[in-house]
Design a protein around this ligand. Structure first.
Ligand code: SF4
Length: 244
C-alpha cells in the first residue's frame, strides 16, 4: 500500500469510528486486523494499567513492548513485572539499547544533563525504531488531555516518515475516565502516583507535581523538552546519526 493510500485509510477509519469508543478501536485493530500487524508500546507508567487491561482482555498475546532505558525508577520495574503477571500478558518484550552503543555514546550516563534529546534517541527512540520493524503500526496510550502536541489526537494516525500506523484508543479519555476504569477493574496503581508523580519516565528526568499542574509537567522540568521523541512523527535517527 502506498503512503497516500495509508493516509486515506486512516482518514476513513477516523471517520468510521468518530462516534465509537476505545473498545471498538481495539477490537478493530486486534481482532479484525484493520491496520495489519501491530504491537502495543507501554511505559508501565502512571496511567498504563487501563490500556494494558483493555489489550489483555481482548488479545493477551498482543506484543507489548516495554523500553527499559536502564534509567527507570526501581518502582517502575517492579510494577511492570507484577502488572504483566496479573494481567496475563503473554507476549511482553523488554527492550534495551545495545550496551556497546551506550558505552560508546554515554559511558558515564550523563548525556541526559546536557543533551536529553540525544539521550532519549540513544536509550528509547532508536531501540523502539528497531523493535517496530516487523510491525505495520503500534498502539499508544496518548490522550488529548495531556495537551501540548496531543490536543488534536485522533484514534488512528499515519506516521509517514517512519511508515507506521499509530493507534490511540484512549485519545478522548479524560483523567477521570482513566481513574474510573482503574477503580472499576480493581487495577493496581503505579506506586509513585501516591507520591505525586502523574507522568513517570526516567528517574533523573521526572519529578512529582501538584494536583493542579499539567499531567506531564514533571517530565524534563525546567527544559523546553516535553516529549521523549518516540512520538515525533519525523524520521527517527540512529544514535550515530543523531551524534553527527
Ligand atoms: S528521559 Fe532522561 S534519562 Fe531517560 S532517556 Fe530521556 S533524557 Fe535519558
Amino acid at each position: 500500500m502506498l503512503p497516500s493510500e495509508k493516509q486515506l485509510l486512516v482518514n476513513d477509519l477516523n471517520n468510521q469510528f468518530r462516534h465509537h469508543g476505545a473498545t471498538h478501536v481495539i477490537d478493530a485493530v486486534l481482532k479484525h486486523g484493520v491496520l495489519g500487524q501491530v504491537a502495543m508500546v507501554s511505559s508501565f507508567g502512571a496511567e498504563s494499567a487501563a490500556l494494558l487491561h483493555l489489550i489483555a482482555i481482548t488479545r493477551p498475546d498482543t506484543p507489548v513492548l516495554f523500553i527499559d532505558t536502564n534509567m527507570l525508577f526501581v518502582e517502575t520495574l517492579i510494577y511492570q513485572s507484577d502488572l504483566a503477571e496479573q494481567l496475563g500478558l503473554k507476549n511482553l518484550r523488554i527492550l534495551r539499547a545495545d550496551p556497546a552503543t551506550i558505552a560508546e555514546h554515554d559511558p558515564d550516563n550523563t548525556l541526559h544533563k546536557d543533551t536529553p534529546d540525544t539521550c532519549c534517541h540513544l536509550r528509547k527512540t532508536s531501540v523502539l525504531q528497531n523493535a517496530l520493524v516487523p510491525y505495520d503500526g503500534w498502539i499508544t496510550g496518548r490522550k488529548r488531555y495531556h495537551r501540548n502536541q496531543r490536543v488534536k489526537l485522533e484514534f488512528f494516525a499515519y506516521d509517514a516518515p517512519n511508515d507506521k500506523f499509530k493507534i490511540n484508543p484512549l485519545a478522548h479519555w479524560r483523567a477521570e475516565d482513566v481513574a474510573d476504569y482503574v477503580a472499576a477493574n480493581n487495577l493496581p496503581p503505579h506506586p509513585l502516583v501516591a507520591k505525586g508523580y502523574s507522568s513517570i519516565g526516567c528517574k533523573l528526568c521526572t519529578v512529582p507535581v501538584g494536583i493542579n499542574d499539567d499531567v506531564r509537567s514533571g517530565r524534563w522540568q525546567g527544559r523546553a523538552k516535553t516529549e521523549c521523541g518516540i512520538h515525533f512523527e519525523t524520521k527517527l535517527l540512529t544514535p550515530a546519526e543523531d551524534m553527527t
